[in-house]
Design a protein around this ligand. Structure first.
Ligand code: SAM
Length: 371
């Protein structure tokens, strides 16, 4: 039996107070961190709740009916989220991804999307606005999301075998309904669509080829994600990680692949194309091939904590500033100072770091910080 680490302290409470710099920091769009990395990508978690209980993310025995989800008053309102996003955009953000928890569970999300869609980059361009979803509510909501200004979606799907998929989401949710959601997204014009599959060795790795075959030639980009040691509750073990190079080898043996150039700096996925031109796939290798040196992502939690790394153990409390009467200029300066001090590169250091529980530091859960 695997040893499960139960968090004794609530990591969401471990935050750093944010100070307003004495000298304002101008919003030039050229902000960079302590390692010279620009700020381009903002992930916003709009809820810490989800209707799935994937064991690698929100295991049922922890996220049960007694789990202390955030009360509504703690969540940033849509106006607060948009205010923070506007400052991020002024500092150089070009892409916003809404996530969670399951973002489609947040009521009236279309209103937030509409507000974000009205923002413009420093160059005066519309933002790239996307959303990551488990697809369960997509069939119902795709058209309204598109009408509100959402451009595209990424749908998580861990296999096509219904028995395996129902067991992995642990709420008995059928594959067919997610596939229907993907079709609704396509019909609504929410593309290019990406599908993310988390690969766990021994659990769903035999679904790699059926998934590749299913999406080949569909225009949908399937991406395989290495099972990551995020949070502190999923009982992660290295021997359950299937390295991306093995994923590529398995597909290449049956469906020949050629490596493609990255399409954007800081891209998380390595791109591969089918040699016959029938589409592309991607691999995200956070565990075996860290990509920290290009990481240009900031994360805003559901209650307004700014996180600088997916594997962080504490956030920076922006909500305190927002609700404490800070001006836009003060907010923007405080955010800039935090980014300028950023030196996080957890994935590159993973192997040499002490175990979390040895240092008393525990990573915040992905359902809270946003995937
Ligand atoms: N509920 C939405 C969804 O299912 O896509 C958004 C949130 S979810 C946390 C975002 C992504 O993180 C999903 O693709 C999920 O599969 C992935 N994820 C969660 N835990 C993970 C882990 N331990 N390793 C790798 N990916 C993980």
């Amino acid at each position: 039996m695997s040893e499960r680490v139960i968090p004794l302290i609530d990591q969401r409470l471990v935050t750093q107070a944010v100070t307003i710099p004495a000298q304002p920091i101008a919003t030039s769009g050229l902000l960079s961190d302590a390692l010279g990395r620009p700020l381009r990508d903002l992930r916003i978690s709009v809820t810490d709740r989800c209707n799935f209980r994937c064991s690698y993310c929100m295991p049922k025995d922890i996220f049960d009916k007694d789990y202390p989800y955030l009360p509504h008053s703690s969540l940033l309102t849509f106006e607060e989220i948009t205010r923070v996003a506007r400052q991020f955009v002024a500092h150089g953000v070009q892409k916003i991804r809404l996530t969670g928890g399951e973002p489609l569970l947040r009521k009236n999300l279309e209103i937030l999307i509409g507000q974000l869609a009205a923002l413009r980059t420093v160059e005066g361009q519309p933002l790239d606005i996307t959303l990551t979803t488990n697809g369960s509510l997509l069939a119902r909501k795709a058209a309204a999301l598109k009408a509100a200004g959402l451009q595209r979606v990424t749908v998580s799907l861990d296999g096509l075998d219904d028995t395996i998929f129902r067991a992995m989401n642990d709420v008995d949710f059928p594959v067919a309904d997610v596939l229907q959601g993907i079709e609704a997204a396509r019909a609504a014009g929410l593309g290019p669509i990406k599908v993310n599959m988390v690969v766990k060795r021994g659990t769903n790795d035999h679904e790699i080829l059926p998934m590749a075959r299913h999406f080949q030639g569909s225009g949908i980009v399937l991406r395989f994600i290495e099972y990551m040691d995020v949070g502190a509750t999923n009982g992660w073990r290295m021997d359950e990680v299937l390295p991306s190079r093995e994923v590529i080898q398995r597909i290449h043996r049956e469906l020949p692949l050629v490596q493609l150039e990255p399409s954007a700096p800081g891209e998380t996925a390595e791109r591969w194309g089918y040699a016959d031109g029938s589409g592309e796939i991607g691999v995200i290798s956070s565990v075996t091939q860290a990509f920290c040196r290009d990481c240009n992502r900031a994360r805003l939690s559901t209650e307004g904590q700014l996180y600088l790394c997916l594997f962080a153990s504490q956030g920076h409390d922006l909500r305190h500033l927002i609700r404490g009467g800070a001006t836009d200029e003060q907010l923007a300066s405080a955010m800039a100072a935090i980014w300028q001090g950023r030196s996080d590169r957890y994935s590159e250091l993973r192997a040499s770091l002490p175990q979390d529980n040895a240092t008393g530091k525990r990573r915040v859960e992905m359902s809270y910080i946003g995937g």
